[in-house]
Design a protein. Structure first.
Lengths: 217, 443
C-alpha cells in the first residue's frame, strides 16, 4: 500500500468516522447536561424567531459594536469565504465529494481557485502573527488556538503545493495534503473547530435567551 | 457640594468601616477550590455549557467591554474572566474531559484569589460582550456563575461581603433599618407626601432600596406622589421595604434566595398583584427574572420596574404629565440590568416624550448601551474606585457627544456612578432621575 493509498483508504475512513462520532458525542454530551427551566414570566414567547434571528444577525453586529472589531470581522469573513471556496469549488475536491455523495457540482478553473486559497492563507498567517504579538490576544490564546491555525494553514499550503506541483513528486505531495486534511478532521471534535456545529446552536440559544426578556440579541 | 455628594461621601466612609467589620471567611485553600468547584458543578446547565463549548478565543468581546476599552489591559478581556470556570468545565464536565485532563491544569485557590478583582471589580456583568460575540456566548451569565463559585469559596470582596452578611443576618443593607425607614416616611409626611405603610391588603407593594433611602430619598417621595396621583391601592412594608439583593450581587445564592423570598412573602401576605421595584437595575433582575426560579414557581404577582410602570400608565392614559415648557434637552442612560437584561427600552422613553423633552440618544443605547461602570455591586468596592472612574469616562463621552443639557437615568447605582464619576472628572452635567422628573411634572 502506497502512502496515497493509505491516505485515500483507511486513513480517510477513520478520520471521517472520528470527526463525525466525536462531534456527535460532543454535542450530545452537552445536551445530556442539566436543563434548567426558566420559570420567570417571559416578556416574549417568540423564542424560536429570536433564536433564528440571532443566527443571522450575529453575522452583522450593530454599527456601534462593529466599529471596534472591523479588522477581526472582515478578516474572519474573508478567510472563511476563501477557505470554503477552495474546499467546495476546486474541481479535484468536487470529484472527491462526488465519490462519496454520488453527485457533484460545477467548479472553478484550478488557476482561479488559487486566489481564494492564497488570500485565506495570507489572512490566517496574519491572524496567527496577531495572536502572537497582540497582548490581549496572547493572553486569551490557548494551545488549541495555535494548533487549529497550524493544521488549517498547513492544509492550505500542502494543497497549494500539490496543485502547483511544487515539492516532492505529485503523488507524495497529494498524499501529504490528504493526510493533513485528515488530521484536521480528527482534530475538529477535540478543538475549538467544533464551532462549525456550535456556532449555530450557541447563536440560537443566546437569541432565544434574550428574546425571552424582550431583547433582540 | 450638593446634598447627594455629601450623602455619597458619608456612604463611602461607612462602606470603608463596614469592610473592616466583614466577618472573615477563613478556610484551607483546598476547601476553597472544592467549594467553588461544587458550585460550578451544581449550577451548570446546558445553556452555560454551550457558552463554554462555543468560545473561539477571537477576543471580540474585549472590544465591547468598557473596562478593557479604557485600560487596554489584557487581563480585562471578558472571556479571560471565565478562565477558572472554563478550565473546570474542560476537566470535569465536557464530553471530552478524559482527554482534556491530560492537558488542562486544575484550578487553584491562588487563581481564585487573583480572579476576585476580575469578576467583581472589573465586570459589571453588563452583557455588552454578550451582544458582540460572533458565537453567541453568554459571557455575563457565566461571570455570574464565577461569582457564585467565588462566594462559595469565601472570596467575596470585603465591602460586598459585609453588606451581604448584614442583609442575610439582619435583613437590612447599608445600615438602613426599619426605624430609619419609618423616620423617612414620617419626615416625608410632614412635607405633605403620604406613604401608606403596612396595609394588611393592597393591590400594589412598592419597594425602595437601601441606596435609594440613603442617597436619593426624594425618589421615594416622587414614587409616592405618582402612586397617590394614580389613586391606586398601594402600600410599602416597614418590614420589607428594600428591593436590593446583595446576595445576588455577591453571587451568594443562599442569601439571594433569602432576600428574594422575603419580598415574595411580603407581597403574598398583602395580596399584591403587582410589586414595583425602585430605580434599581439589579433589584429588578433579581426579582423579575430570578424570583420565580428561586421560588420554584411563578409568584402570584407581577414585578415591574418603576420606569416600566410609569411608561405603561402614561401610554394607557391613566397618568398625565405636563409637557415641560422650554424643556432642556436630555439624553437617557439605559441601565444594563433594566434594558439589555430586562427589555425595558421603550417605557422610559414614553415618559420622556410625554414630558416633551428633546431626547438626544447616545450612540450606544438600548441593547448596546455602554455601562456606566458602577453596577453589579462594583460601586461599593473601595479598591475599584479608580478603575470605575476610568470606565465611566467612555460613558461620559457618549453622553457629552449628544450635547444634551442633562442625563436622565432610572437606576440608582447608575445615578450614583454618574454623580461620583462626573464630580471626579469635573463634568458639570445634571443627572436626573426619571421618576423625579415625572413626579415634578404631574398634570
Amino acid at each position: 500500500m502506497t502512502l496515497l493509498d493509505f491516505a485515500i483508504g483507511p486513513a480517510l475512513q477513520w478520520s471521517l468516522m472520528i470527526m463525525i462520532v466525536g462531534l456527535c458525542w460532543r454535542v450530545v454530551g452537552v445536551f445530556l447536561g442539566r436543563w434548567r427551566r426558566d420559570l420567570s414570566r417571559p416578556r416574549s414567547d417568540a423564542l424560536v424567531q429570536g433564536g433564528l434571528r440571532a443566527i443571522i444577525t450575529r453575522s452583522a453586529p450593530a454599527r456601534e459594536l462593529e466599529k471596534n472589531i472591523r479588522f477581526q470581522h472582515f478578516t474572519g469573513y474573508i478567510w472563511h469565504i476563501g477557505f470554503f471556496m477552495t474546499v467546495l469549488l476546486y474541481e479535484p475536491h468536487i470529484d472527491f465529494f462526488k465519490s462519496i455523495l454520488g453527485f457533484g457540482w460545477p467548479g472553478l478553473p484550478s488557476h482561479l481557485v488559487v486566489f481564494p486559497a492564497a488570500i485565506a492563507l495570507a489572512i490566517l498567517v496574519m491572524l496567527t502573527i496577531r495572536r502572537m504579538i497582540d497582548p490581549m490576544m496572547r493572553t486569551i490564546t490557548r494551545p488549541d488556538d495555535y494548533l487549529s491555525l497550524i493544521i488549517i494553514i498547513s492544509a492550505l499550503i500542502t494543497g497549494l503545493m500539490a496543485s502547483a506541483h511544487i515539492g516532492p513528486r505529485y503523488e507524495t505531495m497529494l498524499a501529504l495534503h490528504i493526510l493533513n486534511v485528515e488530521l484536521l478532521f480528527v482534530w475538529i471534535p477535540f478543538s475549538k473547530l467544533a464551532h462549525m456545529i456550535f456556532w449555530l446552536l450557541s447563536r440560537y440559544r443566546i437569541g432565544a435567551y434574550f428574546e425571552r426578556k424582550g431583547v433582540k440579541a | 457640594m450638593n446634598l447627594a455628594l455629601i450623602a455619597i461621601d458619608q456612604l463611602q466612609e461607612d462602606l470603608g468601616a463596614l469592610a473592616a467589620k466583614a466577618a472573615p471567611t477563613e478556610m484551607p485553600d483546598a476547601e476553597r477550590v472544592a467549594r467553588a468547584k461544587h458550585v460550578f458543578m451544581k449550577r451548570m446547565s446546558i445553556g452555560l455549557a454551550m457558552n463554554l463549548e462555543s468560545c473561539i478565543d477571537c477576543g471580540m468581546c474585549s472590544e465591547a467591554c468598557h473596562f478593557y476599552m479604557v485600560t487596554r489591559d489584557p487581563k480585562y478581556a471578558p472571556v479571560r474572566k471565565l478562565e477558572p470556570l472554563r478550565r473546570f468545565y474542560r476537566r470535569e464536565l465536557t464530553p471530552l474531559r478524559w482527554v482534556n485532563r491530560l492537558f488542562v491544569r486544575d484550578i487553584s485557590a491562588d487563581e481564585l484569589r487573583e480572579w476576585q478583582e476580575l469578576v467583581y471589580d472589573a465586570c459589571t456583568a453588563c452583557g455588552r460582550c454578550d451582544m458582540i460575540c460572533p458565537m453567541g456566548v453568554g459571557i455575563s451569565e457565566s461571570v455570574h456563575l464565577m461569582r457564585e463559585g467565588m462566594a462559595a469559596a469565601g472570596l467575596i470582596p470585603s465591602e460586598l461581603r459585609a453588606i451581604d452578611q448584614e442583609q442575610r443576618e439582619q435583613g437590612t443593607a447599608l445600615d438602613v433599618d426599619r426605624n430609619q425607614f419609618t423616620a423617612i416616611v414620617q419626615e416625608l409626611a410632614t412635607e405633605g407626601v403620604d406613604i401608606p405603610v403596612d396595609k394588611a391588603k393592597a393591590d400594589i407593594l412598592v419597594l425602595s432600596s437601601a441606596l435609594n433611602l440613603r442617597l436619593f430619598r426624594q425618589t421615594v417621595a416622587s414614587t409616592a406622589k405618582i402612586m397617590n396621583k394614580l389613586g391606586v391601592d398601594w402600600t410599602m412594608s416597614s418590614r420589607c421595604f428594600d428591593a436590593s439583593n446583595y446576595g445576588y450581587l455577591s453571587g451568594d445564592y443562599p442569601a439571594e434566595k433569602t432576600n428574594t423570598l422575603r419580598i415574595i412573602d411580603a407581597a403574598t401576605a398583602c395580596g399584591a398583584s403587582k410589586v414595583i421595584v425602585p430605580e434599581c437595575g439589579h433589584a429588578y433582575m433579581a426579582l423579575r427574572w430570578g424570583g420565580a426560579n428561586v421560588l420554584g414557581e411563578r409568584p402570584p404577582f407581577r414585578t415591574l420596574a418603576i420606569s416600566e410602570f410609569i411608561g405603561r400608565e402614561i401610554e394607557a392614559g391613566r397618568l398625565q404629565v405636563k409637557p415641560i415648557v422650554n424643556g432642556n434637552s436630555v439624553t437617557f442612560h439605559d441601565s444594563c440590568r433594566l434594558v439589555r437584561h430586562g427589555g425595558l427600552l421603550k417605557e422610559p422613553r414614553i415618559a420622556l416624550r410625554a414630558l416633551g423633552l428633546d431626547l438626544r440618544e447616545m450612540e450606544s443605547r438600548g441593547r448596546t448601551a455602554i455601562c456606566c461602570g458602577g453596577g453589579e455591586g462594583g460601586n461599593v468596592i473601595g479598591r475599584a474606585k479608580s478603575l470605575r472612574g476610568q470606565a465611566f469616562k467612555i460613558k461620559m463621552q457618549e453622553a457629552e457627544d449628544t450635547d444634551a443639557d442633562s442625563v436622565v437615568t432610572s437606576c440608582d447605582s447608575c445615578r450614583y456612578n454618574f454623580i461620583t464619576g462626573g464630580a471626579k472628572a469635573n463634568w458639570n452635567k445634571t443627572i436626573e432621575s426619571l421618576v423625579e422628573l415625572v413626579a415634578d411634572n404631574l398634570a
